[in-house]
Every structure is written in C-alpha cells, then in structure tokens.
Design a binder for this molecule. Structure first.
Ligand code: PLP
Length: 381
C-alpha cells in the first residue's frame, strides 16, 4: 500500500462482531475468561486492549515497522526505551533536543547509573568521538527541537551498526509522512503522538515502532511491567488523527514554507531556522531524507531582546501562545522560558536557544491570515 492508503487502512479490520468501520472504544479494564487462561486474547487492559491494538497496528504500518506500542505520553515511551539499559551503560544523544527528554535523561536515568553524552549530531564525527566500550544507544531527534537542525540518519545507522548500538529516532517533528527512520536503518522510532499523529491538540500519547521481534518483546515486557499505557479513548483519538495525517501534513508543509519565506524577507527578523532554505546548513541532507520540510520553524529578532519576543507572543491572534505543536491550529512558543526552561541558560544558548528565539508550529489555517497576523505584530517591535 502507498502511505496515503496505509494511514487509513494499514493494520485495520472492520469490527468482526458488528462490521463497525472504526474500532469500538473498548472502555474496559478486564475480560471474561471461560476457564483460567482460556480467553479471547485479552486478559487485562494494561497488558492489552483491542482499541489500543488497532492503534498499535496502525502505528507500525505507517512507520514501515512490524510492531507498534502506544504509551501514556511521549515521555513514557522514552522512559520505556531507557529501561532497556543497565547501570553503567552510556547513551549518546543530540544536544539540541526536546527539554523534557533532556530532563528525563539528566535527572532521572542519570541517578540509576546511566551516563549521557550530549553532542552536536549535525556533525556525525562528534558521535564517533563520544563512543566507548560502554556505549549502548544513540538518541537522535531530526529535525531537532527547536533549532530545526537535520541529522544524517543513514550515517547514524551506519555508525550504530558498526558499533552494535541501538539507534533510536524521535520522529515527532517529521512524522512518517516526511521521513521513515526504520527504512534508513533505525532500530526504534519514537513519537510524541500528542503532536502530528493525534493532530488536534486533544490528547497526550507516546508511541514506539520497531521491526525486530526480540526488541519488540523486550519493549512489550516493559510496557506491561512499568504500566505507562494509554487508555482506549485516547487510542481511538490518535487512530482517528492518523487517518488524516497525510492531508494535514501536506498543508502544514505548504503553510510552513510560506511563513518561513515571509519571515526571511522581513527587516525586523534576524535568523529563520527552516530546513527548506537552500542556505540551511543541513539542507542537502534534509532534501535527501525527507520528502518535504514540515511546518515547524523558529526565528530570532534583530537586537535579540527578550521583551520584543514577549510582545510578539502576547499579541499574535491567529497563532496561540501555548506549549506543544503539530495540531491543526497554529501555535507559538518561547523555547527559552517554556519548552527548554529546564535546560540551563549556558547550555541552551550554546545550541542557539537565545532570548528572542520564537518557535512556530504552523497550522493548517489560511496562509494569508497567518502572514497578516505575523506582519501586524512585527510592526510593534
Ligand atoms: C520532539 C519531542 N519529543 C518528545 C516529546 C514528549 O512528548 P509528550 O509531551 O507527549 O510526553 C515532545 C513534547 O513536546 C517533543 O516535542
């Protein structure tokens, strides 16, 4: 099946008992057994729930994997991946990553004896330099949040193969509409399904997709043993969201491009970070591993004043100032004080998260309204 068909039908079947085209929301915690152990495949909803199964099958289909796992949040899915490791193991992670992931690594898993190295992965040579005999896992986000750096996934796969490391790619920003990390050699794809997969800012959820059975079994074990699963209603919402992923992403990309070009030409704007520009440092890799450039972008203001960024964010009307991204509505954010507030100032500034940096999640409203909104607030600073 082509991707646009997979988002609708991949891994799905009509409900065998009624023919319902969408799976029912199996709002149940448990399942009747005829005799101990004699049941219809479901025993307890932490271990498995049919609505969640339908979603997990859809997730594995759209990422070209074999096994999908859905969790209570993106961070819960990252937590499950980290539990594959043992004390003494080391992880090499990109240094430009979602602040909550950094916090989970640096304040929770560090305590349990796992060592993290945060390196600039847009130069894959930095990965090689950080590898030692204890290295077990590479953690990659591409495009990165919020600087929209692009990391060469095929190169990462080549390095992780050579050193027998697990390669995990957070594919939240790109979604499988734009890039499929498993096809490029990743072992695990991770999503904050809260974002584009759900697509309507109405659910918090995480997902993992893998190809390898042994790895999938270990992750299913952790999913059940640690128990950070999502409920059936949320599973239904994300399954419904995935069915329009391709049409939403197409419009996110069109609007993202229009907004990026508008900002680039504006005299009050400093830098615009968007991988579709030919002068973006990783444009060539972006072009080779993504089918388009997405709806996420960041920009700075000339003069780099914190107050100017705040004035813009307070006065935008079509863009809502809010955490999160990837919904149909356009959102704006101030990484330094919001998503990345948990990263120390010196650390975040090294990666470009300066005081005037504004991140936009460009939604699927009319392009003209988005540009008019930005034009009118830029006149205020
Ligand atoms: C790239 C990325 N990864 C992971 C997460 C964490 O996901 P969640 O908020 O669903 O726990 C986020 C949330 O913003 C994110 O943007």
């Amino acid at each position: 099946m082509e991707f646009n068909t997979k988002v609708i039908h991949g891994g799905q079947q009509h409900d065998p008992s009624t023919g319902a085209v969408m799976p029912p929301i199996y709002q149940t915690s448990t399942y009747a057994q005829v005799s101990p152990g004699d049941h219809k495949g479901y025993e307890y909803s932490r271990t498995g729930n049919p609505t969640r199964t339908a979603l997990e099958n859809a997730l594995s289909s759209i990422e070209n994997g074999r096994y999908g796992l859905a969790f209570a949040s993106g961070l819960a899915s990252i937590d499950a991946v980290m539990k594959l490791l043992e004390p003494g193991d080391e992880v090499i992670s990109t240094n430009d990553l979602y602040g909550g992931t950094f916090r989970l690594f640096n304040t929770i898993f560090k305590k349990f004896g796992i060592k993290f190295h945060f390196v600039g992965m847009d130069d894959t040579g930095n990965i090689e330099k950080a590898i030692n005999k204890n290295t077990k896992l590479l953690w990659v986000e591409s495009p990165t949040n919020p600087m929209l750096n692009i990391i060469d996934l095929k190169k990462c796969a080549e390095i992780s193969n050579r050193h027998q490391l697990l390669l995990v790619v957070d594919n939240t920003f790109a979604t499988p509409y734009l890039q499929k990390p498993l096809d490029m050699g990743a072992d695990i794809v991770m999503h904050s399904a809260t974002k584009y997969l759900g697509g309507h800012s109405d659910v918090v959820m995480g997902a993992l997709v893998v190809k390898d059975k042994e790895l999938a079994d270990k992750l299913y074990y952790i999913q059940n043993a640690s128990g950070a699963v999502c409920g059936p209603m949320d599973s239904f919402l994300v399954l419904r969201g995935i069915k329009t992923l391709h049409v939403r992403m197409q419009r996110h990309c069109e609007n993202g491009s229009a907004v990026a070009h508008f900002l680039k030409g504006h005299p009050k704007v400093g830098k615009v970070y968007w991988p579709g520009f030919e002068d973006h440092p990783n444009h060539i890799i972006a072009k080779s591993q993504m089918s388009d450039f997405g709806g996420m972008l960041s920009f700075t203001l000339k003069g780099n004043k914190y107050e100017d960024a705040i004035k813009i964010l307070e006065n935008l009307k079509v863009f809502t100032l809010a955490e999160s991204l990837g919904g149909v509505e356009s959102l704006s954010g101030h990484p330094a004080s919001m998503t990345h507030a948990s990263i120390p100032k010196e650390e975040r500034e090294k990666t470009g998260v300066t005081d005037s940096l504004i991140r936009l999640s460009v939604g699927i409203e009319a392009e003209k309204d988005l540009i008019d909104d930005l034009e009118s607030v830029l006149e205020m600073v």
